[in-house]
Ligand binder design. Structure first.
Ligand code: GLU
Ligand code: ZN
Length: 470
């Protein structure tokens, strides 16, 4: 019987979470949730020089912001951790010992210079560079001599001579590599440090991970990881390799270049539901065309509908979902989202009214700045075109508007009824001069909603000055 689905996201905390990895994390999370399984978070912080606690915190924070929750992780330890690789050295040592006892690995005393010389020789004779096997069959005496000379030893995995290593990739289908092309590879560095794809493979197995979704930059690691796990008698997960997410120029979105990080998007005011709707469709065709609530993402996710074609980051698509997400904010959520853009001295009711009013016209909180003067301050200068509309309407129209406003107050329907009766205008000729006079522009929120938010003195002053335009 297949075990319950367990997926994981395994970030290296060498930078901020970028969009490509966020997609991998989201898909892994959804795969587990769709199957009623478990999702775990493992921090791959063996590369101490570049790792930082700050990046771990920020990546976890970004994942939580995206709506991901994990059943176990470095901040949520259970019996199967620890979930930080830097705390798992003893576990790895144990496995190295097992490999060695079973004859699956051997110490390699080659220095970097020796390895380089061998590699050049292979290249010169047209062979693909791989470990030449220098230390593979050293006898006990030769080993003892090198140990006595104090030569540091890496640990190499003994790759079977000729065997097809095959697996069925969840995204790319059947894959097969000849072990002869791999060469014996290092599993523990001479300084004692554990090698990435060793820790990565054994941790998946020890943590009971059943399905691994990851970037296809790891595809070439998989055959070696399968050989390792088999040698250790550990159960290998099903691997699925997602095409990398490219930027507009075709280069992979990389965490080290600091581009398109989730943190940047958050700072600019993107909503997590917008980013989620965007990522859900990036190389995955399971989602319907329209908006999907975050709570329904898992229902749409289908690991059989992951695409092999490279996905490109498309800012216009992301913005489409942002617009959708902004429309869906409740007034309370809109106030929180607009945050510091809303005048602090406005009372809560004013802030709520304002936020509700503005949200249908904004993409980002910073856009609110353009609308605040409409409600309290001075209007931006008119464009020539808008000025012409006011002049065409004429002083009579605005005098009628002033009289209508005196009768109707902020009741927009009553105001326009009255204005129509007085001027005989209708349609655009009835509404547009009013809008331009009151807001200084020809687009924006519903005038019916806007009107009550503008102080009456300002309404009268604006209609009055529009009447003077010729
Ligand atoms: N730490 C690896 C990375 O960030 C994880 C690879 C994997 O998911 O297996 O690329
Ligand atoms: Zn060697």
């Amino acid at each position: 019987m297949e075990p319950k689905t367990v997926t994981r996201f395994a970030p290296s905390p060498t930078g901020a979470l970028h969009l490509g990895n966020a997609r991998t994390a989201l898909f892994s999370f959804l795969m587990a949730r769709a199957a009623g399984g478990r999702f775990i978070l493992r921090v791959e912080d063996t590369d101490r020089s570049r790792d930082s606690d700050e990046f771990i915190r920020s990546q976890l924070d970004d994942l939580a912001w995206l709506g991901l929750s994990w059943d176990a992780g470095p901040d949520r330890e259970d019996g199967s951790g620890p979930y930080r690789q830097s705390e798992r050295a003893a576990i790895y040592e144990d496995l190295y010992a097992r490999l060695q006892q079973a004859g699956y690995s051997y110490p390699c005393y080659c220095t970097p210079v020796e390895l380089d010389v061998a590699r050049r020789a292979q290249l010169a004779t047209g062979q693909p560079p791989r470990y030449a096997g220098t230390c593979r069959d050293l006898d006990a005496g030769a080993r003892a001599a090198r140990e006595a000379a104090g030569r540091p030893a890496a640990l190499r995995f003994r790759v079977p001579e000729s065997e097809d290593v095959a697996f069925d990739d969840l995204v790319r289908g059947p894959q097969s590599v000849s072990s002869a092309s791999l060469g014996d590879f290092v599993v523990r560095r001479a300084d004692g440090g554990a090698v990435f794809f060793f820790c990565n493979a054994v941790d998946d197995a020890l943590m009971g991970v059943t399905h691994v979704l990851r970037g296809d930059d790891h595809l070439s690691n998989t055959p070696r990881q399968l050989l390792l796990l088999r040698a250790l008698g550990l159960r290998a997960p099903h691997y699925g390799h997602l095409p990398l997410l490219m930027d507009a120029s075709g280069a992979p979105l990389s965490k080290r270049r600091g581009s398109a990080t989730v943190g940047d998007l958050r700072l600019r005011g993107y909503l997590s539901a917008a980013v989620g709707n965007y990522l859900l469709r990036l190389g995955h065709t399971g989602a319907p065309d329209g908006w999907v609530e975050a709570a329904d993402f898992a229902r749409c996710f289908d690991s059989h509908r992951l695409g092999r074609a490279p996905a490109h980051f498309d800012a216009a698509q992301l913005d489409h979902w942002q617009r959708e997400a902004v429309q869906r904010l409740s007034p309370q959520q809109a106030v929180a989202w607009l945050g510091a853009e809303l005048p602090a001295d406005w009372v809560a009711e004013e802030q709520l009214a304002l936020a509700g009013l503005l949200q249908s016209n904004l993409m980002f909180p910073a856009d609110a700045g353009a609308w605040l003067p409409v409600l309290r301050g001075e209007l931006a200068p008119l464009t020539a075109e808008n000025r012409a509309v006011l002049a065409r309407a004429g002083a009579g129209y605005f005098e009628a508007a002033l009289a209508a406003y005196a009768a109707s107050g902020a009741d927009f329907a009553a105001l326009t009824r009255e204005l129509k009766a007085r001027t005989g205008q209708q349609g655009k000729a009835l509404f547009m001069p009013l809008r331009i006079a009151l807001t200084g522009r020809h687009d924006g929120p519903e005038l019916a909603a806007l009107l009550p938010a503008i102080p009456p003195a300002l309404v009268r002053a604006r209609l009055g000055s529009a009447a003077r335009i010729q």
